[in-house]
Design a binder for this molecule. Structure first.
Ligand code: HEC
Ligand code: HEC
Ligand code: HEC
Length: 430
């Protein structure tokens, strides 16, 4: 049944992409030229390069274009998408395998308009957000990219199965999902909120993860209401009381983005990378602007799930597992330890509809990010080999329905599925 649905979606998807590709090709031509970049390049070059380095941090270019442990920006990092693996390009200043022979115009065409060396770029490269970047930021970024040491490394451009390897179809995708428009400040809101809007929806591309995607990988309309990627759930960033940032102060948000930890949580997985490569390098005024923007977003609709009764058999087992395995760190009342061990009570993560992060963290453990502002980090042990599926399901159901939390049950099947998806170890039955 599941397979059939997926097949139907793929067939429908190809149909839509094909038709839209045909129309899109006519109107979104790959050979289009774009308005020249208008920037003030009169100051000292060193200053511009420095500003460009900051733009690269805002855009988190390093996270995707660098394989950990290899030279910066040499590409080859594999991104898993629902359609297959896409590898990030070599964007060092090498003239043969990188972008050293490009000019600003070509760079702009790739980064803001989604057209690169081989034609349309896959939206795994977040040009849909970068389109909002200012001319000055693009010019500064280009000045900085020129200083990145050249690395000769040819990157296989994509390994997607047919028909997704047909770049021309992306013309149709663009037509459906890409609004190629620069950022325009919203009148009547403060300059700080507009700066935050720019950072979040432009270079910061937070929606790439925090907005859910439709079957074709386009954004759904509920921007920043939460999304799922690579077995992680990127939470709701609106003011939703239970699953969003309602209980986060400006300082909480700033501290999380700067150090990877706040009263509410510790960043793991893809957010840990975003903090390490990007947000920890942003200035305090910029982080405050991001917080101010997020805090004025209208809250996503409340979902009122009733908590599962404490007498439920899964809850009873869950409490027992919690007491024997988790209390030492997370405390009986789920309060945790400030800046080291996240609270499980009043936690947006724990209440999230999608338990992906909880499964991830409990099965495989997690290391908090090590940042300049939080040099120690703290670790959550892995329980994949220590607890069977029903115990993990029970303890997660328990924490999701205790201390004022309420969220759907986690089943042993969910755990079994997550073990496979996350390549976790089996339970050692002794
Ligand atoms: C979320 C991952 C991700 C981030 C972040 C990212 N890129 Fe990319 N980028 C990619 C991928 C994947 C490709 C290859 C896409 C393809 O083959 O269609 C790519 C392609 C490119 C290309 C085209 C290269 C060519 O030869 O066609 C350029 C230029 C580029 N990125 C620059 C940047 C810059 C500058 C930033 C930061 C502002 C950035 N990227 C951030 C994933 C990313
Ligand atoms: C590559 C994907 C990705 C990008 C890009 C990203 N995030 Fe996240 N974010 C996540 C994931 C996944 C989590 C959950 C991490 C965890 O629970 O440890 C998260 C967690 C968070 C949280 C904590 C929320 C909570 O309820 O615990 C905040 C705040 C946040 N992100 C803000 C941002 C902002 C602001 C941006 C843009 C500047 C951003 N993120 C960009 C994936 C991403
Ligand atoms: C040795 C101490 C320790 C033990 C034991 C422990 N944890 Fe954790 N836990 C942590 C730390 C530290 C983190 C933060 C790690 C991170 O996210 O990078 C964490 C994170 C979590 C999170 C993610 C919360 C969030 O908001 O992101 C959940 C859920 C969790 N633990 C549940 C459990 C459960 C259930 C058990 C028992 C089966 C358990 N923990 C046992 C230390 C511990």
């Amino acid at each position: 049944m599941k397979k059939l649905t997926k097949l139907a979606a793929v067939v429908a998807g190809c149909g839509i992409l094909g038709a839209a590709g045909f129309i899109g090709f006519a109107s979104y031509g790959e050979h289009r030229t774009f308005a020249p970049v208008q920037a003030d390049n009169s100051g000292p070059l060193q200053g511009q390069i420095k500003r460009g380095e900051y733009v690269a941090a805002m855009g988190d270019c390093m996270a995707c274009h660098t394989v950990p442990g290899e030279p910066p920006y040499a590409g080859g990092y594999a991104l898993e998408t629902p359609f297959g693996i896409i590898k990030a390009s070599n964007i060092t200043s090498d003239t043969e395998t990188g972008i050293g022979h490009w000019d600003l115009e070509r760079f702009d065409k790739a980064v803001r308009h989604g057209i690169g060396s081989h034609g349309y770029l896959y939206p795994a490269m977040p040009y849909t957000a970068y389109a909002k970047m200012t001319d000055q930021d693009i010019a500064d970024l280009w000045a900085y990219m020129g200083t990145v040491a050249p690395v000769k490394q040819k990157v296989v451009e994509n390994e997607l199965p047919f028909p997704y390897n047909q770049r021309v179809l992306l013309a149709g995708w663009n037509l459906l999902f890409f609004r190629d428009q620069p950022f325009t400040p919203v009148p009547g809101v403060t300059a700080i909120i507009n700066r935050g809007d720019y950072l979040v929806n432009g270079p910061g591309h937070c929606a790439a993860c925090h907005t859910a995607k439709n079957v074709l990988g386009g954004d759904v309309s509920d921007a920043l209401h939460g999304g799922t990627l690579q077995g992680w759930h990127a939470p709701d960033l609106t003011g939703n009381h239970k699953v969003g940032l309602d209980q986060w102060t400006t300082d909480d948000i700033v501290s999380y983005l700067k150090t990877g930890a706040s009263r509410q949580g510790v960043a793991s997985g893809p957010m840990q990378e975003a903090v390490e490569y990007s947000t920890q390098h942003l200035t305090d005024p910029d982080l405050k602007a991001i917080a101010a923007y997020l805090q004025q977003l209208p809250a996503s609709p409340a979902r009122n799930t009733a908590a599962i009764a404490a007498s439920d058999p899964q809850m009873v087992t869950g409490k027992r597992v919690m007491e024997s395995q988790c209390n030492a760190c997370h405390n009986t009342d789920g309060s945790g330890v400030r800046h080291m061990i996240p609270a499980l009570s009043a936690s947006a993560q724990v209440n999230a509809e999608d338990p992906a992060n909880l499964l991830h963290v409990v099965l495989k453990g997690a290391e908090g990010p090590v940042t300049t502002g939080n040099p120690t980090g703290a670790g959550m042990p892995r329980f994949d080999w220590r607890l069977p599926d029903d115990n993990i399901a029970a303890v997660l159901t328990y924490i999701r329905n205790s201390w004022g939390n309420s969220a759907p049950r986690v089943t042993p099947d969910d755990v079994k599925h997550a073990r496979t998806q996350l390549d976790a170890q089996p339970w050692l039955n002794h």
